[in-house]
Ligand binder design. Structure first.
Ligand SMILES: *[C@@H]1O[C@H](CO)[C@@H](O)[C@H](O)[C@H]1NC(C)=O
Ligand SMILES: *[C@@H]1O[C@H](CO)[C@@H](O)[C@H](O)[C@H]1NC(C)=O
Ligand SMILES: *[C@@H]1O[C@H](CO)[C@@H](O)[C@H](O)[C@H]1NC(C)=O
Ligand SMILES: *[C@@H]1O[C@H](CO)[C@@H](O)[C@H](O)[C@H]1NC(C)=O
Ligand SMILES: *[C@@H]1O[C@H](CO)[C@@H](O)[C@H](O)[C@H]1NC(C)=O
Ligand SMILES: *[C@@H]1O[C@H](CO)[C@@H](O)[C@H](O)[C@H]1NC(C)=O
Ligand SMILES: *[C@@H]1O[C@H](CO)[C@@H](O)[C@H](O)[C@H]1NC(C)=O
Ligand SMILES: *[C@@H]1O[C@H](CO)[C@@H](O)[C@H](O)[C@H]1NC(C)=O
Length: 442
């Protein structure tokens, strides 16, 4: 029975080791070696039992079975409202970052939503994320709006966003998911800047988009673990061969100095399921001196190194800090009771069940972040995207992406077991909502 399976899920997940073929392998364009070799991933769900109040509801099943027409979507919404006991057009408070809990909410379908860009109009998107160009034909995934229970999220207004950035440097630091958020941000603002007044300078690890008349930059810095590793610039495909310097961050951090607004993330690269080969100290033994640590322990050490750098370097009166929480993966269709599914392949609707949470985000890792950041002197604001993204099994690039630098061929697209990427997100898409949240805090 579905309800029974759902009730037990969080417990069994602790023990489940998920076999994933395309994982770290798809994290970065240059990374090509590991797609065919299985990588193991052990996850404990972020959500715990209390997130499952209505396990006998038929809604999540319906989500899988219903065809995707806009009328059925509207019905679904009404359904949800009925169950939540909410008025459809309830007046909600304006957004107040101190008061509104943006984590609790729901996705609402709205066909009249207009994305601020498309993959045809924005020239700054990577091949990896341009799903429409890469052949994705269903479009419903672009018309969902996140509505927190307690307040209204402000619409992203490009001119206001640029005005807020006037005379400042904004930098996103982290992995390919963070790069997605950076691209989304750039694309959402760039359309209001005439061609002459914007420029981009791409580097191997540092890319700078400049809005000249605002004297503002929106930058991306590649540091997938935040701390140093042997796999930063030359990506090492096989996670077994990666070695992290969990106490070293200077090489990267010198690029972060003088930036006005820093947005960090780091999660998925720690989740290879293997022990993390970690070095610290003076490296007198060279790379042979590593210790193999559990991901959570290595992650804590790495984040602590990052936190110490922040606390000793950053002047909180000059610099604002943000941290984007983990972006969930959707590798296990059984999580949302699609038994015949292949990861997120072919999914065209979010899971609308309230508080839905699968096995693609790790509660222990979230706890590490909370606890390290909780002890910092310099305040860090969370852009907590985890819950909202958990629902979005439909938002991933799936087979509408690239492999070894080339868009998947039709043959490859027919082999989702091997090629479907359920880590990264289509753009325009879910990361636009992350930025809507970020914008609300700006
Ligand atoms: C929901 O799950 C809990 C725990 O598994 C169980 O005790 C309860 O009876 C279930 N409720 C319904 C309505 O199925
Ligand atoms: C679940 O709901 C169905 C009707 O929606 C009902 O027939 C069934 O008895 C319920 N099961 C439990 C365990 O409450
Ligand atoms: C749908 O989106 C449009 C355009 O942003 C907006 O004007 C409208 O109020 C939205 N409808 C609902 C029900 O939120
Ligand atoms: C432009 O912004 C930088 C900081 O990003 C600042 O140092 C510089 O003075 C600004 N220039 C003008 C003309 O405002
Ligand atoms: C481009 O930027 C310059 C200042 O750098 C400004 O004077 C000009 O109006 C801008 N052009 C447009 C079309 O906005
Ligand atoms: C920040 O500014 C406040 C008042 O403006 C001041 O009291 C405080 O010492 C400053 N902090 C730092 C780290 O400079
Ligand atoms: C995916 O969707 C297409 C079109 O709806 C369908 O023909 C195909 O059988 C589906 N594949 C799987 C594995 O569900
Ligand atoms: C983010 O939200 C989740 C709920 O989805 C919560 O469990 C977690 O503690 C939050 N993370 C942080 C760092 O605040």
């Amino acid at each position: 029975m579905k309800s029974a399976a759902r009730g037990k899920l969080p417990l069994s997940i602790v023990a489940i080791v998920i076999c994933i073929f395309v994982f770290i392998g798809v994290l970065y364009i240059e990374d090509t070696g590991s797609l065919s070799s299985a990588t193991l991933l052990a996850l404990q769900s972020t959500c715990s039992k209390q997130d499952d109040p209505d396990n006998n509801s038929s809604r999540s099943v319906k989500v899988q079975e219903k065809s995707t027409t806009s009328t059925s979507l509207t019905e679904e919404k009404d359904d949800l409202n009925g169950i939540d006991g909410e008025e459809e057009y309830e007046e909600k408070a304006e957004f107040d970052p101190e008061k509104c809990n943006v984590v609790k909410g729901k996705w609402v379908f709205n066909r009249s939503l207009k994305s601020l860009y498309s993959d045809e109009t924005c020239p700054y998107l990577d091949k990896q994320v341009v799903c429409v160009k890469n052949g994705r034909r269903d479009s419903d995934y672009r018309y969902w709006e996140w509505q927190p229970d307690e307040c209204k999220l402000p619409r992203f207004d490009p001119k206001t966003a640029l005005e807020k950035l006037r005379g400042q440097r904004l930098m996103f630091v982290g992995d390919s998911l963070q790069r997605g958020q950076w691209q989304s941000f750039v694309c959402m603002v760039e359309s209001v800047i005439p061609a002459k007044n914007k420029s981009i300078r791409r580097g191997r690890s540092h890319t700078v988009f400049k809005a000249k008349e605002y004297n503002a930059t929106i930058e991306f810095y590649w540091a997938p673990f935040l701390v140093e590793s042997n796999s930063d610039l030359r990506i090492i495909g096989n996670p077994k061969d990666r070695i992290l310097r969990v106490d070293a961050v200077k090489k990267h951090a010198r690029y972060w100095e003088g930036v006005d607004i820093l947005v960090f993330n780091s999660y998925v690269w720690w989740m290879s399921g293997l022990k993390i080969k970690s070095l610290w100290g003076s490296f007198a033994n060279g790379e042979e001196g590593y210790e193999e640590l559990d991901a959570t322990i290595a992650y804590r050490m790495g984040l602590k190194t990052w936190a110490n750098w922040v606390d000793s370097t950053i002047d909180p009166n000059k610099t604002r800090l943000f941290f984007t929480t983990m972006s969930p993966t959707h590798m296990r269709s059984a999580d949302w009771h699609n038994k015949k599914g292949i990861r997120c392949y072919n999914e065209t609707r979010p899971v609308l069940k309230r508080g839905y949470c699968g096995s693609g985000s790790d509660k222990r890792m979230m706890n590490v972040v909370s606890s390290v950041v909780g002890k910092m002197k310099v305040p860090v604001s969370f852009i907590n995207i985890t819950q909202m993204s958990e629902h979005r099994i439909d938002g991933h690039t799936s087979v509408y992406t690239e492999y070894q630098g080339k868009v998947l061929t039709d043959e490859q697209k027919e082999d989702p077991k091997r090629y479907a990427d359920c880590i990264h997100w289509c753009l325009p898409g879910v990361p636009d909502t992350w930025n809507q949240l970020f914008y609300a805090y700006l």
